[in-house]
Design a protein around this ligand. Structure first.
Ligand code: BDR
Ligand code: CA
Length: 313
């Protein structure tokens, strides 16, 4: 069983990801969920995490609140994609559960350093602020991790928040820079990958066929989310970005890519861009496994199965 911590700014695709982890108890030991300001402010990301856990009766997993905003600049949220609360599209009850005591970056340090070296994976679905802060708090953290699997970046696909940058990297590029230069093994799943696996009508119908009571709310949340992409790109459905992270941990063989050097641009107009040395033209050492390819049908079969399995009566 892989011990993981999920760092997240829940919109629905984030929530699907940590529910998938809970639906995979034979493979994954989810130590904690840590929240950060991102798509929407920290207040909403934390509430959305708790709401999603309550839907499947899994509030036994601790949720720790982290940073409200990036290391160096004010937070730029993305309400135009995910709605005001990050969970627009279905009215869920306000959660009764509350966040656990403790600051997420400190809890990440505590949870990782109290376990044997090379055993804990960070699954990152949001701006990397909490991770960079944890690395600043404990310089030995990077060397103690097994790896970081993150959703973020873009090469051939271009950006989704600026022409050059993907949102999670753009929102806190200084944090991303720190993580990429920390020496920790990084697996990077970019827009190049997630834009190849869309929530098409047949895939959404397959989701709706599952009988568990949380599936109907998630169906509507994801339909609301995909409306944005359909408007933007004229596609049937949109990407389901973050679940690629847990899908990779469960089934790495459904992804393909290369070990490459990735630099993070810090200056406008490419601020937050991932500069991927796909052809090794710089000779700089690889610092990431960059994965632009995916078996989309295998991905959706896995995501829906594990999302459904998260439910506890
Ligand atoms: C990333 O930003 C958010 O919209 C998604 O949850 C994902 O983490 C995609 O750019
Ligand atoms: Ca996210």
């Amino acid at each position: 069983r892989r011990a993981i911590i999920i760092d997240t700014d829940p919109s629905p695709d984030d929530a699907v990801t940590f529910l998938m982890a809970l639906g995979s108890p034979d493979e994954i030991d989810l130590l904690a969920i840590t929240t950060v300001g991102g798509n929407v402010p920290l207040h909403y990301t934390t509430r959305n995490a708790l709401m999603a856990l309550e839907l499947v009766n899994r509030t036994d997993v601790p949720v720790y609140k982290g940073a409200e905003g990036p290391l160096m600049v004010p937070l730029e949220t993305a309400e135009h994609v995910h709605g005001r609360t990050g969970f627009d599209g279905y009215d869920l009850p306000e959660p009764k559960a509350t966040a656990a005591a403790g600051f997420a970056p400190e809890k990440i340090v505590e949870l990782v350093m109290s376990r044997p070296k090379g055993t804990v994976t960070l699954a990152c679905l949001a701006p990397l602020t909490n991770i960079a802060l944890a690395m600043l708090l404990e310089p030995k953290l990077a060397g103690h991790l097994r790896e970081i699997v993150l959703m973020g970046g873009a090469r051939t696909e271009g950006g989704n928040i600026t022409p050059a940058a993907e949102y999670n990297i753009y929102a806190d590029p200084e944090a991303a820079w720190r993580v990429m230069n920390s020496g920790v093994p990084v697996v990077m799943i970019p827009l190049d990958c997630t834009h190849k696996a869309l929530t098409t009508t047949p895939r959404m119908n397959a989701l709706r066929a599952y009988p568990q009571p949380h599936i109907e709310p998630f169906y509507h949340l994801l339909i609301a989310n995909k409306a944005y992409n359909a408007r933007q790109d004229g596609t049937d459905g949109g990407p389901l970005h973050d679940p690629t992270v847990v899908a990779y941990i469960l089934r790495p063989e459904i992804f393909a890519g290369r070990h490459v050097n990735v630099e993070i641009a810090l200056q406008a107009p490419t601020r937050g861009m991932t500069v991927v040395d796909w052809r090794s033209v710089t000779g700089k050492p690889a610092n990431a496994l960059y994965l632009p390819d995916i078996d989309a049908d295998a991905y959706y079969a896995l995501v829906w199965e594990r999302l459904a399995a998260a439910y506890r009566p």
